[in-house]
Design a protein around this ligand. Sequence first.
Ligand code: HEC
Length: 112
Amino acid sequence: MSVSRLSRSAIFAAAALAGSEYGQAAAGGDRAFGEYLSAECVTCHQVTGQATGGIPAIVAWPEDQFIAVMQAYKAKDRDNNVMQTMAGRLSKEEIEALAAYFGSLPIQPLRN
Ligand code: HEC
């Protein structure tokens, strides 16, 4: 985990707190809450939507697909210790919020 990723997570958490003021909730989950929760996820997953070093991209997914995958990890129907642990700690509302947030992000072109 690099220093730059850590500080980016901190920025995200701060942005989420600021963002909750204008409370733009998407159809399903609470996007601002999802942004706040995403700080942990983006220590591994790229917020820019690139797959890196065995970590798949999770942005711009349809929300229902994102929710289904997270629930599969939570139920241990899908194998992966890290993600089973991550999803196991999340409530249905938290998973929906993360789906709303990550689903709303564009896949950004690679830098340089
Ligand atoms: C410690 C690193 C790490 C963290 C933190 C992490 N993930 Fe993952 N995630 C992974 C890895 C590795 C995989 C690939 C697992 C597999 O092969 O099934 C994955 C897979 C996924 C997938 C499925 C991707 C696909 O293409 O099938 C989703 C969705 C996902 N993670 C969401 C999240 C969310 C949401 C969080 C935060 C709550 C999170 N992850 C936190 C490492 C991480």
